[in-house]
Design a protein around this ligand. Structure first.
Ligand SMILES: [Zn+2]
Length: 254
């Protein structure tokens, strides 16, 4: 079963996995019954999470809602450290993540709009580097794992800043290469194989480094660093299977 699951998770394209997630989840869940890990998003417990990624790294993907470490971290921040679930907010969500879409859509306190350059399920088909929306329009913008794909990430950040209302905030997580002090980008690399070798994925155009928050500041944001390890026990970090290195950057328009 282990081999079959790993094979399925690695070989089936994620959009297909998402599309058939309920069937997939029903098939897989009995083999993962247990109480070692818990997904704070869907609330289910498992013996462990599913493997995920090119290297088939174990214990990452929630068999029920398909959340990964980064989704669980964002959820915990929103749930326990913000008023996202209670206050009325106008929200713009770029490249909306599967574990969040249905849940955010159902929330009565949100005026919620999704956006994507290509995805047919998004409400708006727009380019984040040139957002056709007036200044000061949204309270919150989410834009996770997008800025490593776009031609100019600072331009995109500035656009997010522009459409946010004063005192609005954004979460714009990216994969970070913790061995790089400075972001490495090279738009002249266009070959998918070469991009995968240099930037870690066939459609990435940069590896953000430890200077990532500085780039957000360059775009005008005041950046707060949220480290979940300051608020929950190491045991709970393991139960939720979070990435201990990941810092959540809350970017505020002041
Ligand atoms: Zn889940």
């Amino acid at each position: 079963m282990k081999k079959i699951t790993r094979f399925l998770v690695r070989k089936i394209p994620r959009p297909l996995l998402i599309r058939f997630s309920s069937v997939f989840s029903i098939l897989v869940r009995p083999f993962y019954a247990g109480n070692n890990v818990e997904c704070p998003i869907c609330g289910h417990h498992f013996r462990k999470f599913l493997p995920y990624g090119n290297d088939g790294a174990i214990n990452r993907l929630c068999p029920s809602c398909l959340s990964l470490e980064r989704h669980r971290l964002i959820w915990l921040y929103l749930r326990d450290h913000s008023d996202f679930f209670t206050k009325n907010y106008k929200v713009l969500h770029f490249a909306p993540e599967q574990p969040f879409i249905k849940r955010f859509r159902k929330m009565k306190n949100l005026d919620y709009t999704t956006a994507d350059l290509v995805s047919p399920i998004a409400d708006l088909h727009i380019d984040i580097m040139n957002i056709p929306i007036e200044d000061n329009s949204y309270d919150i913008v989410f834009c996770n794992h997008v800025l490593e794909h776009v031609e100019n990430d600072i331009t995109a950040m500035k656009e997010v800043y522009r459409v946010l209302k004063p005192e609005g905030w954004a979460i714009m997580q990216v994969p970070i290469n913790y061995t790089y002090n400075k972001t490495h980008e090279d738009l002249s690399i266009t070959d998918p194989k070469e991009r995968e070798r240099v930037f870690g994925q066939y459609d990435h155009v940069r590896w953000h480094g430890l200077d990532y928050p500085e780039r957000l500041k360059k775009a005008g944001f005041k950046v707060e660093e949220f480290d979940i390890k300051k608020y929950i026990s190491p045991e709970l970090v393991e139960v939720y299977r979070l990435d201990k290195r990941e810092i959540l950057y809350i970017s505020r328009k002041m």
